[in-house]
Design a protein around this ligand. Structure first.
Ligand code: NDP
Ligand code: 8X3
Length: 258
């Protein structure tokens, strides 16, 4: 039986686009109050306003670059009084940069992926988790990827960053054993978002090739899985979910209709 998310406080990183934005809408529909974080302020402000109006929930949006440890710590420590605790953390902020053989790789691309997908996720978790442990209640939902289970040519550092997320999720479950704090890893295959545009630095034509002639997942499909994890009864922890488009059998096997 599912449990209610009404009036729970949910922090979503990377809420300005794609899967994070879809998660925000899905949690809002469930009546949760939302802390929305990303770097693009206008987007999260707009999203916060529209979700507040549509669902009569509380929201607080704030600019956050998860790569900056001090900013992360300060942002979590200085939340307004109404947000004195976080019930659910959705560690979604992440990105890929480039698709290049390792021997030709751009060091700054590697740094950005590792700083965001691995270190950023750790910084946010480190800032939020002690409160959950203190209250003996909470749920960390990490956005992993099929790229954290399998490798594809030229995916090297992005895949490594998602393998790291898988390791962090598993390790966290061990470290939290004996508490009521849950950890889930939601690991999608191809989802059509701004992900590929970011990977190819605004080359929309190349980005579109990624999803050409197949039916990718939508952000909403992944958000539904996140909500499923979050609404299980307290004794149930969905540790890991791999969610793929029907047209994708592995990172290297995709069915394109033409
Ligand atoms: P989008 O590019 O649409 O969204 C990425 C989000 O991450 C944006 O809201 C962006 O916000 C935020 N973000 C990026 N860097 C930072 C940063 N330094 N600090 C704070 N926020 C940041 O892509 P997706 O929605 O697809 O990606 C979301 C997550 O899902 C990522 O972790 C990705 O690895 C993962 N994923 C994606 C898949 C896909 O096929 N699309 C498949 C499997 C997993 P802003 O730029 O405003 O800061
Ligand atoms: C994103 C999925 O296969 O494009 O994590 O790397 S993939």
């Amino acid at each position: 039986m599912s449990v209610s998310l009404k009036n729970l406080n949910v922090l979503i990183t990377g809420a300005s686009s794609g899967i994070g934005e879809a998660c925000a809408s899905a949690f809002a529909r469930e009546g949760a109050n939302l802390l929305l974080a990303a770097r693009r302020k206008e987007r999260i402000d707009r999203l916060a306003g529209s979700l507040e109006e549509a669902h009569s929930i509380m929201t607080h949006s704030f600019v956050l670059d998860v790569r900056n440890q001090q900013d992360v710590e300060k942002a979590v420590a200085s939340l307004p009084p109404a947000w004195d605790h976080i019930d659910i953390l959705v560690n979604n902020a992440g990105l890929s940069r480039g698709l290049t053989k390792l021997q030709d790789g751009e060091i700054r691309d590697w740094e950005e992926m590792i700083d965001t997908n691995v270190k950023g996720l750790l910084y946010v978790t480190r800032a939020v988790l002690p409160g959950m442990v203190r209250r003996n209640s909470g749920h960390v939902i990490n956005m992993g990827s099929i790229a954290g289970h399998e490798l594809y040519p030229n995916g090297n550092v992005y895949c490594a960053s998602k393998f790291a997320v898988a390791a962090i999720s598993k390790g966290l479950r061990m470290d939290l054993l004996g508490t009521n704090v849950r950890v889930s890893s939601v690991d999608p295959g191809l989802v059509e978002t701004e992900f590929s545009e970011v990977r190819f630095r605004g080359d929309t034509k190349r980005a579109a090739q990624t999803y050409l002639n197949l039916r990718p997942l939508k952000g909403e499909d992944v958000a539904e899985v996140v909500i499923f994890c979050a609404t299980r009864p307290p004794h149930v922890d969905i540790a890991q979910v791999i969610v793929m488009p029907t047209d994708q059998a592995s990172v290297n096997h995709v069915h394109r209709s033409a």
